[in-house]
Design a protein around this ligand. Sequence first.
Ligand code: MN
Length: 258
Amino acid sequence: MSVLSELQSALSANRIEVVDLTAPLRDSTPVLRLPEPFANTINFQLEEISRYDERGPRWYWNNIHTGEHTGTHVDAPNHWLSGKDGNDVSQIPLRTLVAPAVVLDVSDRVAADPDFLLQIEDVRKWEAEHGALPDGGWLLYRTGWDVRSNDSESFLNVDDAGSHTPGVAAECAKWLAEESPIAGFGVETVGTDAGRAMELDPAFPCHELILGAGKCGLTQLRNLDRLPATGAMLVVSPLPIVGGSGSPARVYALVERS
Ligand code: MN
């Protein structure tokens, strides 16, 4: 039997499950809020063209208004100054968009500290248990933050000191960018960096270093608790926006069930 026929029968027999890692897109989908003086993205919005009415008696359709970085979305390397000569979102290799994914779970530590920052030693410890990070694949960072994703306020978690959401220490971001074999880094939060990443050196280290290394980001994932630590296959489908810095994306994981 060919590999694809085997895949098809495994899907039919539910030996391979397709897990949707995508947040639904609606006007209430949380988006990043930058402080003054920076410009912000719009919320997702549908604009009705016609709905079985005089504007179109038998059809319903909408224009969509959205930022590139809205809901579950891809950050292309050219999103950041350090990656400006890198790929735009239409140029991300398909082999990166269909690739193995592993899950590193720190949700218990984030529950105790929403400002938790991942350290190199945490990844090293994970590798000692599960093996090396996947060459050309994705590291998905499970923090438990997806339970907040239907509520903008608790998802962005802002107080007078800024936003409190988990992220990655600068040294660890540098290591993921320059030493690790991954092609992309995925998170459950509104962006790949911590809420207070402006205070790190460099500021926004995941953006600065991971995108700067030509790698991709992926945000607002959910259902990572339904993936194994290793062995899932990720399918990421951003719109091929020519010159774009990112795109909302449908993201699936193929997971083998015994
Ligand atoms: Mn983004």
